[in-house]
Design a protein around this ligand. Structure first.
Ligand SMILES: *Cc1c(COP(=O)(O)O)cnc(C)c1O
Length: 471
């Protein structure tokens, strides 16, 4: 009996040649698929030995389990997902989706040689940074600018170049941690600068900075508090006052702005957010910011400011380690050009942030209709349009909520966690918000065509759930 059962376990080659396995091979590689299938077959073999009651033909069980496990593994690979969380700049989901212009620019240089560090006129070597420096300067009013791998790299390079072996004065209220891996005190220590923290968490005055200045001071550092806010009794020093103090003592005022706001955002609470231009005009001599936060471009960091200081950074060894790839430069350049041609509003991140309630309600109604029409035998779901609270994300405006809309899903047979899990691991993964036992798809963060992709994922989920789970 056992021997018969064991014989009916399909052979590896048989499983490998199913259409499902072939599809996953393209995604995971044949070797990886083989390892996963071996795991499935071993488990079934063990179950047969243990005398487990198998209710279906073994070949069917094997095929189903293989498919489930392969799907689970495939869901973990780097792939496109639908962001229905309502968090626009979502670091775990790759922050800013690129504009079509930027994607075309990447496409144009990715598969060929390019003029990355080449001056066609002289035939001589040139600097890759030239492709974006002029644009950054025109948009921000900076004298000079450098693009590096990300803002963390920008801060590290700027600090190392300006203040290694010397002191940097920073407010205790600005010793922030961003995203768990970027801590201002740690970066400062790493740069070789000595941190002099002044003032208190909620209050730092100009006098605190003045008193801390010594012959060994190189710079004053101002850090955007980004992802947190101190409420109640607070006092900080204005950029202008800090700039005057720095100038009068021959020091550099450097600012880590975090999100690189380049032009005014059409959001009520964004008025108090300073743009890069504001910071430079206000007297900061070096400003660092990210390319993939409020700017809406690829992952880069920018150091913008005074030419003499930037020129020093150009010669720094770290720049070689932080240099930016051709595809990123192409995407960044195309994104910057959108600012200069009046097309900033079409940059996906900005567009999503500025979507008004009427548009969002319509989008939610459309998604709701599509979902209700998903043909499904197990359709035990109830869909309704609900108001949502969306977030800017990326550490910007942590306490300000954006009013939005979404579709709430209730299922009789699937718990919210199970439904969300199924959405997340579908072949077109959909990331919803699960809060207070409800699954909500926020529409603010949906890109073109995402509504249809969500409907497809639903279809797939119901197909998989029609047979009771056989794990
Ligand atoms: C986001 C942020 C950083 C880190 O930027 P990355 O581009 O993620 O490296 C540094 N400083 C501030 C203030 C930030 O908001």
């Amino acid at each position: 009996m056992i021997n018969d059962l064991l014989r009916s376990i399909p052979a590896m080659e048989e499983l490998l040649s199913t259409p499902g396995a072939l599809e996953f091979s393209a995604l995971l590689g044949r070797e990886e698929v083989k390892i996963i299938l071996a795991e499935v077959l071993n488990k079934i073999r063990q179950e047969v030995w243990d005398g487990m009651n198998l209710t279906q033909p073994i070949s069917e069980i094997a095929a189903k389990r293989a498919e489930q496990l392969l799907r689970k593994k495939a869901a973990r690979t780097l792939k496109s997902v639908v962001n229905a969380t309502g968090v626009v700049i979502h670091t775990n989901l790759g922050r800013s989706p690129l504009a079509p212009e930027a994607i075309r620019a990447v496409h144009a240089v990715a598969g060929t040689y390019s003029s990355l560090e080449y001056d066609p006129e002289t035939g001589a070597r040139s600097e890759r940074n030239n492709h974006v420096e002029g644009l950054i300067c025109r948009i921000t009013g900076a004298e000079a600018a450098l693009a590096v791998n990300n803002n963390a790299a920008g801060v590290l390079l700027a600090l190392s170049s300006l203040a290694a072996g010397r002191e940097i004065i920073v407010s205790s209220g600005e010793l922030v941690e961003i995203g768990g891996s970027f801590r201002i005190p740690d970066i400062l220590a790493f740069s070789g600068a000595k941190m002099i923290a002044v003032g208190c968490t909620n209050s730092t005055r100009l006098e605190d900075y003045r008193r801390a200045i010594s012959p060994n001071t190189a710079a004053l550092l101002k850090v955007h508090p980004s992802n947190y806010r101190v409420e109640g009794f607070t006092a900080s020093t204005t950029r202008e006052d800090l700039a005057d103090l720095a100038d009068s003592r021959g020091l550099v005022l450097m600012e880590d702005l975090g999100s690189g706001l380049l032009c005014p955002l059409n959001l009520p609470f964004a008025k108090r957010e300073h743009s890069v231009r504001d910071c430079l005009q206000g007297g900061s001599r070096i400003v660092t910011f990210s390319g993939d936060k409020l700017l809406g471009g690829p992952q880069v960091g920018v150091i913008a400011g005074s030419k003499d200081l930037i020129d020093r950074m150009r010669k720094h060894q770290l720049l070689r380690a932080f240099r930016v790839d051709k595809m990123t430069l192409a995407a960044f350049r195309a994104t910057l050009l959108m600012y200069l041609t009046g097309k900033a509003g079409e940059i996906p991140t900005l567009k999503m942030l500025e979507r008004d309630k009427k548009t969002l309600r319509k989008k939610a109604q459309y998604l709701c209709r599509l979902l209700r029409n998903v043909p499904a035998k197990a359709s035990d779901c109830d869909f309704s349009v609900v108001e949502t609270q969306d977030l800017v994300g990326g550490g910007a405006f942590p306490t300000d909520l954006l009013e939005g809309f979404g579709v709430r899903i209730r299922s009789l047979s699937l718990s919210p966690e199970r439904l969300a899990g199924a959405l997340r691991t579908a072949s077109l993964p959909v990331l919803p918000e699960v809060r207070n036992g409800q699954v909500i798809l926020h529409v603010r963060t949906l890109l073109e065509g995402d509504e249809k992709r969500i409907a497809l994922s639903f279809e797939e989920i119901w197909e998989n759930f029609q047979e009771p789970a056989i794990l």
